[in-house]
Design a protein around this ligand. Structure first.
Ligand SMILES: *[C@@H]1O[C@H](CO)[C@@H](O)[C@H](O)[C@H]1NC(C)=O
Ligand SMILES: *[C@@H]1O[C@H](CO)[C@@H](O)[C@H](O)[C@H]1NC(C)=O
Ligand SMILES: *[C@@H]1O[C@H](CO)[C@@H](O)[C@H](O)[C@H]1NC(C)=O
Ligand SMILES: CC(=O)N[C@H]1CO[C@H](CO)[C@@H](O)[C@@H]1O
Length: 758
């Protein structure tokens, strides 16, 4: 924006010469008569009038233009060509479990998909059980999630209710021109000590506006539904007769979807054939899982490997296809406007709580999924980068379509175009293309060539809009502005929400985590440019070396007396929440509220919080293995009064005044002590990195690495056994899982910790 604003400002300078001209006219006034004077004044008035009309038009046009930028797509060709997800182009991925928000359902990767799904309900009690459909923590299920899922051919899911369990398995079979066939097997099984229950299963199929569906009912039973839509051609969905097989009380229901364009079927994908294909896919999955993650060489028990498979599968099985437009806001417009309607193919942090796309989470997700299937990761990243607007911005939370919007509180729906989120994709690209910087296989080069113009604009957007007050410093925009309400105004954009930053948000702030993300990203951009022969390599490597130079980090962020990397800003440590009386009219009941008081005035200084933010120069491996600051960081991290716990690294030092403090009366602590798996994964990776480099801290890094990894893996596995879930955050005092679940977004990095892949 500065460039366009400058244009507007320059235009106002342009008025000056005319103004001078008018002044000249006025000096000549003494030599001529009254008539002249009045005509000059008249002229002057006309000139000013025309100028102000011109100015008004120009300003209005600029404002309109700037406001329109926010919803204007970036001008470079999309990475994914139009129709890349169509059945004719990508038949194997056409159908999938792309509805992570429901317990079980399938759709196609298209804006107006045929939608299928399952609901169930307990019957026969005085009060019927509730209807299960969309994943909901309130359903209080003992456990649910994909146990195995390969993203293309099959999935096996188990759902545990109190008295019975359900399994929802599916197999796809390619063929024809419309994405092929698929079959489901849904089985309900009474638990050994569960009470007998009558369970109704409801299967549904719906079109999103186009085509038709025609049920066929015979003898009171629905045998099949015939249908036709433009993108699927004709098809038939058949419902098998529910069976009860005596001894184990299983009730399989089979459903078969047959595409009309499949000419030669070896036979129906049901019964024995289903069983056989499912077990072939499962065996292939096990082999590939072993091949990719190598857990069989690491002495894990079979159960532990199964947990890793479940964590992985639930992330992959939770990949969704969404279509719609975000609501976005530009400072140049008075109201939020709709982004252009677009598709997003993305993994989600949590099927129950966050069933939609989050920008920085996605970088972490692809660290895991990209090792399994690089092509899938590239498609996901391409979808995200194709959401880039003309300014170089990508909205950080993607709430696409009515269904997604209905699940998000109103105040979080609108995305502002000055708000960032950590650019984790650069980190992901480095990991997914290990040869980056050298010559790459031609398919990788082709992908990066298409992505480059977008990555470049995206990078520039950060470099420009999130720049800090001093050269080579950076500042997250979009902090909460209110200094009387929050104990510490939140910085949602940094991804670390309520992690303590400067107590008084101001333009003077500089944020060490953002500087590190930028340093790392600049290095990746330089390497991409080198690998694909783009001309801008020098620009990025210069910036990379300036930003990652330890002198720069030290000058901007090293607090010598604290022996830690810190943010800088207008800050006071002496803040607290207190309850005060609200003035009320006489006779009214007394009222109180909680407000923040500042006991010692804030002043520009380092923000004395030790926690995840202080680790970033190490986390992103910017420190030299010989740096004494690496030594200081390792010692502080290992201090039990600071970050070290038997379960992993806590987010904020236990000794800090804001440790586990609420941000308002109603906001519990979030990134103020609890353990988060994404940062712990980065920490383990960094320790692993430094334990392989010669230096005075090598042995210390080795020891810490072994212990940290063991602690993390042990605790997540134990909590899974105990609770049935992978969790969003873990308690630093007991290791207990907390918050939303199942959280098989970045907490599934468990698999890479087990595999020691960083
Ligand atoms: C696995 O266990 C065996 C026997 O206890 C041991 O010799 C081996 O070193 C262990 N391997 C790893 C990778 O820990
Ligand atoms: C990043 O921003 C700085 C400061 O504005 C500028 O000098 C530099 O050229 C920019 N670098 C890139 C690669 O955009
Ligand atoms: C720091 O914050 C205080 C309180 O809001 C304000 O009065 C002061 O001007 C700020 N100082 C600077 C240097 O911004
Ligand atoms: C979003 C979410 O559920 N986060 C949770 C992390 O853990 C804390 C502590 O239990 C919860 O309060 C948060 O809600």
């Amino acid at each position: 924006m500065p460039a366009t604003r400058q244009r507007a400002v320059r235009r106002s300078h342009w008025d000056q010469p005319d103004g001078e001209g008018v002044r000249t006219g006025r000096t000549s006034q003494s030599h001529r008569g009254q008539r002249n004077l009045s005509s000059i004044l008249l002229n002057m008035g006309m000139v000013l009038g025309i100028l102000s009309i011109l100015w008004f038009c120009w300003a209005t046009y600029m404002r309109w233009w700037l406001a329109a930028q926010v919803v204007t797509p970036h001008s470079s060709p999309a990475i994914l060509p139009d129709g890349a997800t169509r059945a004719s182009v990508s038949p194997l991925r056409f159908w999938g479990t792309y509805r992570p928000q429901v317990y079980f359902g399938m759709k196609t990767r298209s804006p107006k998909s045929l939608v299928t799904g399952l609901m169930w309900m307990e019957q026969g009690q005085s009060v019927p059980g509730s209807l299960r459909h969309a994943c909901d923590q309130g359903d209080d299920l003992e456990r649910y999630g994909w146990l195995a899922h390969d993203g293309v051919n099959f999935g096996q899911q188990e759902i545990l209710e109190r008295d019975f369990s359900l399994s929802t398995d599916y197999v796809k079979r390619p063929g024809g021109e419309h994405g092929g066939d698929w079959s489901w097997r849904i089985a309900v099984k009474q638990k050994r000590n569960g009470k007998p229950r009558l369970v109704s299963l409801l299967l549904y199929i719906a079109t999103d506006g186009d085509g038709y569906l025609e049920p066929s009912v015979q003898h009171d039973r629905l045998f099949h539904v015939d249908g036709r839509t433009d993108e699927l051609g004709s098809f038939r969905l058949m419902f098998g007769e529910p069976m009860t097989s005596g001894t184990d009380r299983r009730t399989p229901v089979e459903v078969q979807f047959e595409s009309g364009s499949v000419d030669h079927r070896p036979g129906p994908l049901a019964g024995e054939a289903f069983e056989q294909e499912l077990s072939q896919h499962r065996a292939a999955f096990n082999r590939r899982f072993n091949g990719v993650f190598g857990l069989q060489n690491k002495n894990y028990t079979t159960q532990e490997v199964e947990v890793a498979q479940a964590a992985f599968s639930n992330m992959l099985g939770g990949v969704g296809y969404f279509y719609g437009s975000s609501l976005v806001e530009s400072p140049f417009a008075n109201n939020p406007v709709a982004y252009w309607p677009a598709a997003l193919f993305t993994a989600v942090p949590s099927r129950s709580f966050f069933p939609r796309g989050f920008l920085w989470d996605e970088g972490f997700h692809q660290l895991l999924l990209g090792r399994w299937d690089l092509g899938l990761s590239q498609e996901v990243m391409a979808h995200w980068l194709d959401l880039l607007n003309a300014e170089g911005w990508i909205p950080r939370e993607q709430i696409l379509g009515g269904e997604a919007r209905s699940r998000v509180p109103a105040e979080f729906i609108v995305q502002r175009n000055d708000n960032a989120n950590p650019p984790t994709f650069f980190w992901t690209l480095r990991t997914l293309f290990p040869g980056l910087g050298g010559s790459l296989p031609s398919a990788d080069t082709a992908f990066l060539q298409r992505a480059f113009p977008r990555l470049r604009s995206w990078f520039e957007w950060y470099n420009r809009t999130q720049s800090g007050p001093l050269p080579n410093s950076y500042r997250w925009r979009g902090r909460d502005a209110d200094t009387s309400l929050f104990l510490n105004p939140k910085t949602l954009t940094s991804g670390l929400d309520d992690y303590p930053r400067a107590s008084h948000p101001s333009g003077e702030e500089r944020h060490v985590d953002l500087l590190c993300w930028m340093a790392q990203a600049a290095g990746v951009m330089a390497d991409i440019a080198r690998s694909i022969g783009e001309p801008h390599e020098g620009e990025y490597s210069r910036l990379h070396s300036v930003l990652s130079d330890e002198e720069n980090l030290v000058r901007l962020h090293w607090a010598e007396d604290l022996q830690a990397f810190c943010d800088w800003g207008n800050h006071s440590d002496a803040v607290m929440l207190v309850r005060e009386r609200v003035p009320v009219p006489p006779g009214a009941p007394p009222q109180t509220r909680v407000v923040r008081v500042v006991r010692r005035p804030s002043a520009p200084q380092f923000v004395s919080a030790f926690g995840y933010v202080s680790l970033f120069p190490m986390l992103l491996r910017l420190l030299s293995p010989k740096s004494p600051r690496l030594g200081a960081t390792l010692s502080a991290l290992h201090d039990e009064n600071k970050l070290w716990t038997p379960f992993g690294l806590r987010s904020l030092a236990r000794s800090h005044p804001l440790y586990l403090k609420r941000n308002t009366e109603h906001d519990p602590p979030y990134w103020r002590g609890y353990l988060w798996i994404n940062i712990n994964y980065l920490a383990a990776g960094a320790l692993h990195h430094y334990s392989n480099l010669d230096g005075p801290y090598q042995i210390q890094a080795q020891t810490l690495y072994q212990q940290l990894r063991r602690n993390l893996v042990k605790n997540i596995l134990r909590e899974y056994r105990k609770t049935g879930y992978i969790w969003e955050n873990y308690s630093d005092s007991s290791g207990a899982g907390r918050g939303s679940h199942p959280f098989t977004g970045w907490s599934s990095l468990l698999v890479l910790l087990m595999a020691e892949q960083y």
